[in-house]
Write a protein that binds this ligand. Structure first.
Ligand code: PGA
Length: 253
């Protein structure tokens, strides 16, 4: 669906209380008029997943920010994919740069992607360069993140994955990447998937952009940038700004 947009909020380690989490989520719920143009997803910290999932007649989907890469075993402090599947979460952020910075490798990320697919949870595979060099080495890095992250994922299943392109230097920054450069990256990622799978036509895998998205720049990112959606950090912590972005995406039919 060309005009369908996926708007994902990544709450990271916020907010500090359930009271605030409930307030923000119900605020988004109240203002979100479901239509076929937009899928809205909020990924809160683990502790808020269960109560948010239970909200009756929920229109906003709920996803997790991480999972442990092993299916079972004695792993103190970890959360398994089966626990998340049992809760019926819809999405799972995998390989966010903030987790890569903590030591997560492409191999572990790949295990998480495969676990999610097996448990019918949509993985949102995050990729992106830390810095850009004039020789374009960062493009090879992005292709490698894709290749390793998608290892063992069938051609059919690659269409069940969402890719989130997030240039690390734009995350938490004041300005997003410009729409022209985002468009270039969307093309590059599509082409990389075609190369990896040795196919002729691009897959329908949605590719999101993330990094300093706000209600002002989101229109350009979705139109000129041709992103299939957005991964939003700070601006998803306030119902008002998140809803503004959703409304703009919904108007793009
Ligand atoms: P930001 O975060 O929107 O606050 O830049 C984006 C992200 O980390 O996914």
């Amino acid at each position: 669906m060309k005009n369908h947009k996926i708007i994902v909020g990544n709450w990271k380690m916020n907010p500090a209380s359930w009271k605030q989490a409930e307030k923000t989520f119900t605020g988004i719920e109240a203002g979100f008029k479901k239509n076929k143009n937009v899928t809205a997803v909020i990924c809160p910290p683990f502790v808020y997943l269960a109560p948010l999932i239970k909200i009756p007649r929920r229109k906003v989907m709920v996803g997790a920010q991480n999972v442990f890469h092993e299916l079972k075993g004695s792993f103190t402090g970890e959360v398994s994919i089966e626990m998340l599947a049992d809760l019926k979460i819809s999405h799972l952020i995998v390989g966010h740069s903030e987790r890569r910075k903590l030591g997560e490798s492409n191999e572990t990320i790949n295990k998480k992607v495969l676990l999610a697919l097996k448990n019918k949870i949509t993985p949102i595979l995050c990729i992106g360069e830390t810095t850009r060099d004039e020789e374009g080495q960062y493009l090879a890095l992005i292709k490698e993140q894709l290749q390793k992250g998608l290892f063992g994922v069938s051609k059919a299943d690659v269409e069940k994955i969402i890719i989130a392109y997030e240039p690390v230097w734009a995350i938490g920054a004041t300005e997003a990447m410009n729409a022209h450069d985002i468009h270039q990256m969307m093309i590059f990622i599509k082409k990389s998937i075609v190369d990896i799978y040795k196919i002729k036509t691009p897959t329908s895998t949605p590719i999101l952009y993330g990094g300093a998205v706000d209600p002002i720049n989101c229109h350009g990112i979705l139109t000129d940038g041709e992103a299939d959606g957005l991964l939003i950090g700070r601006q998803s912590l306030e119902a008002k700004s998140f809803l503004e972005i959703i409304t703009i995406a919904q108007a793009l039919s």
